[in-house]
Design a binder for this molecule. Structure first.
Ligand SMILES: Nc1ncnc2c1ncn2[C@@H]1O[C@H](COP(=O)(O)OP(=O)(O)OP(=O)(O)O)[C@@H](O)[C@H]1O
Ligand SMILES: [Mg+2]
Length: 260
């Protein structure tokens, strides 16, 4: 049974919930060498919804996000992403799916030997459709514009601050116009002001492109700003669910401890 903090599931009360599910996970399990990381993961992600996942270090948050794009293969369960059954995709189908699911890696790295512009063009080479030089230029400019860094186009990553690198990495992911964004600790290591900029960008992207997101974070300010619903990954499940306020005021001191 899902443990819902108050009353009926938040899923049904979420104003952003149009009913369209872009991710459906049921009884997802994953173990590494007999060590169970995900024991029974159940959740839905809806169109244009942001869900935030909290959890202690090493509990499997990155494993969870990686399983949504086939970087980790779950052992059991049902996992549908944009209507596609992750368990039954061949390599080409998985590649197609990955174009629609943006993934901002923990540590979100740029290629150090390429300038910002070349970094931005990189994912476009994976596109099926051959783009003209003009189309590439327009896409790069639009994406950099959306994160407010058009003037950094010719810079090398070494010339950028941590926050700028994160924004470029985000722009690079958005250039393929994903339907789903997976953010693995998007604000870690950034000062509070820059963190807020990134959180605001996450919200802007959701509004502008109707993106659905799963955001893994330890940053409560980011969670508060971006979350439509929140989950805490514990004992390999997402059974603890609620709005930010509900979890913050939970009767369970273990849950409340995340908000200290
Ligand atoms: N490819 C892998 N092979 C074996 N074990 C793995 C693999 N990937 C992750 N693990 C293990 O799974 C567990 C969960 O790792 P994961 O990276 O998902 O944690 P996390 O919740 O993201 O932690 P953090 O908050 O520190 O990023 C860890 O014990 C890790 O060692
Ligand atoms: Mg992690």
């Amino acid at each position: 049974m899902e443990q819902v903090i108050q009353g009926k599931s938040n899923e049904n009360r979420n104003p952003e919930n149009t009913g369209e599910k872009v991710v459906v996970a049921r009884h997802v399990k994953k173990a590494f060498d007999g060590l169970v990381i995900l024991s029974n993961v159940n959740f839905n992600l809806h169109k244009k919804e942001n869900i935030v996942v909290l959890g202690k270090s090493g509990t499997g948050k990155s494993v969870l996000i990686k399983s949504l794009v086939g970087l980790v293969e779950p052992d059991e369960g049902e996992l549908k992403v944009l209507g596609k059954d992750i368990f039954n995709l061949d390599a080409d189908e998985m590649e197609d799916l990955r174009r629609e699911v943006g993934y901002l890696f923990q540590g979100g790295a740029l290629y150090d030997s390429m300038n910002v512009c070349k970094n931005m063009e990189f994912p476009l080479k994976r596109q099926v459709k051959k783009l003209s030089k003009g189309e590439i230029k327009d896409l790069v400019e639009e994406s950099l514009e959306s994160v407010g860094l058009i003037e950094s186009m010719r810079k090398m990553p070494s010339e950028l601050s941590g926050g700028m690198k994160k924004r470029i990495a985000l722009a690079r992911t958005l250039i393929l116009k994903p339907k789903i964004m997976l953010y693995d600790e998007p604000t870690t290591g950034l000062d509070p002001v820059t963190s807020r900029e990134i959180s605001n960008l996450i919200m802007e992207m959701k509004e502008k492109y109707a993106i659905s997101s799963m955001i893994i974070t330890h940053d409560l300010a980011c969670a508060k700003l971006t979350a439509d619903r929140m989950f805490i990954l514990k004992d390999g499940t997402l059974d603890i669910e609620g709005s930010y306020d509900e979890l913050e005021q939970s009767d369970d001191p273990w849950v409340r401890a995340f908000f200290d």
